[in-house]
Design a protein around this ligand. Structure first.
Ligand SMILES: NC(=O)c1ccc[n+]([C@@H]2O[C@H](COP(=O)([O-])OP(=O)(O)OC[C@H]3O[C@@H](n4cnc5c(N)ncnc54)[C@H](O)[C@@H]3O)[C@@H](O)[C@H]2O)c1
Length: 241
């Protein structure tokens, strides 16, 4: 009984697939109706698709309602969706900032707030998404990096505030070859090459094999003694201390 934002495609699609294969039911919230309907057909019993823009608070409320009415309860939340534009910071417009902060930070907060009462009942877990781009300060990623680091800050506070209720909040920073990354690879081939060459495990991750299992671990009781952490699922690229 897990909500996955951006759950129709990319890493989110892989999460929906892997979590349901492991027995969970998933409400996949996504703005892409075609991809959402496609993924729902893979397992009609365990996947419910909700079309919506995660930057709108009502969508978070609707997702929680849907999870409870369809599957009886909510045990996990994955804030995976995030849209942004890559530009030098001097060229970023107000709209660019609000796209990244709306779909990244605000959406993460809206879904956490909407899910909190249900997660409290079940000692649930939240997994939010950060990025190596935020940790390293990657060029042309100002609006994205700032929103991602804000998500990590929010996650640490929630980990402390919600620990008494038994709700755990952790962050995953993935590195995986998805459509979003493929577009970035086409627009910024030099930057892509630089990143790929620096990955110790020498390849971009596979969303289903390399990223989804890390998220599944953070949602499961196997990680019951972990909260407020950032896990790098990036082939060893960045080592946190
Ligand atoms: N792929 C990587 O290597 C990488 C690296 C670092 C961080 N991340 C993070 O991992 C997460 C997933 O990345 P991805 O590469 O799969 O992204 P993606 O762009 O391939 O897919 C994102 C999904 O979110 C959906 N989406 C976009 N805007 C939305 C909105 N406003 N409302 C609802 N749904 C929306 C898209 O339709 C898509 O299904 C993101 O938080 C991203 O920032 C990815």
């Amino acid at each position: 009984m897990i909500i996955v934002t951006g759950g129709a495609a990319g890493i989110g699609g892989a999460l929906t697939t892997v979590l349901t294969k492991r027995g969970a039911s998933v409400v996949a919230v996504d703005i892409d109706e075609e991809a959402g309907e496609k993924i729902q057909k893979v397992n009609q019993e365990k996947i419910a698709f909700l079309k919506g823009d995660v930057s709108k608070e009502q969508v978070a409320k609707d997702a929680v309602k849907m999870a409870v009415s369809k599957f009886g309860k909510l045990t996990g939340l994955v804030n995976n969706a995030h849209a942004s534009r890559q530009k030098p910071l001097m060229e970023l417009t107000k709209e660019d900032w609000s796209l990244s902060f709306g779909t990244g930070l605000n959406a993460t907060l809206y879904f956490m707030k909407a899910a909190y009462p249900e997660l409290m009942k079940n000692k649930g877990a939240v997994v939010n998404f950060g990025s190596g781009a935020g940790l390293t300060g990657q060029e042309n990623q100002a609006s994205y990096a700032a929103a991602k680091e804000a998500i990590r800050g929010l996650s640490r506070v929630a980990a402390n505030e919600w620990a008494p209720e038994g709700i755990r909040v952790n962050v995953v920073c993935p590195l995986a070859l998805t459509e979003g990354v493929k577009n970035w690879k086409e627009n910024r081939p030099e930057q892509y090459k630089q990143v790929a060459n620096n990955i110790p495990l020498s390849h971009f991750g596979d969303p289903q094999k390399d990223i989804a299992p890390v998220v599944a671990f953070l949602l499961s009781e196997d990680s019951q003694y972990m909260t407020g952490q950032t896990l790098m699922a990036d082939g060893g690229d960045i080592k946190l201390r």
